[in-house]
Design a protein around this ligand. Structure first.
Ligand code: DQA
Length: 139
């Protein structure tokens, strides 16, 4: 099984950025632990701060992977283009947010992406990525 994790803007700074909200682990450290929990799953990872690059990656992998776990960061709340890319591809996408966006500023309460995703996992910290993988494995 091939699952691709995509992180959007500022998520390269996990472990450094706003630790009280996002925790103190880097994504690379978290990913090493995650991969060891799922030896039978081929988990690949991509991060970009650029909207068009995220769209290009969705196009590139979105017809062949078994599942995509997407944390689009702030683009979640702004990007019709990423929503359209999710609608255009055939691979199921699970939307993840580390923080509980509904407890935060109102502009974070709306997602352009959710309606085109298989489901959403919000507010469970980094464990949200594992929960998303579980949901894709079960199908
Ligand atoms: C986030 C929530 C977004 O509102 C924010 O812009 C992020 C991270 C999260 O994982 O909690 O960059 O997607």
């Amino acid at each position: 099984m091939n699952i691709h994790i995509i992180n959007g803007p500022n998520l390269n700074l996990l472990g450094v950025r706003e630790k009280s909200i996002y925790g103190d682990s880097s994504f690379d450290t978290y990913l090493t632990g995650l991969k060891s929990k799922y030896p039978a799953v081929n988990i690949t990872y991509y991060q970009s701060n650029v909207e068009g690059e995220l769209i290009n990656k969705l196009h590139e992998i979105g017809f062949s992977e078994d599942g995509i776990v997407l944390n689009a960061g702030a683009y979640t709340h702004t990007s019709v283009a990423i929503a359209d890319a999710i609608a255009a591809i055939t691979t199921s996408v699970v939307e993840v947010h580390i923080s509980n966006v509904h407890k935060r500023e109102e502009f974070r309460h709306h997602s352009y992406l959710s309606a085109n995703c298989k489901g959403i996992i919000v507010g469970f910290g980094m464990d949200g990525y594992r929960l998303a993988i579980e949901s894709l494995i079960v199908k």
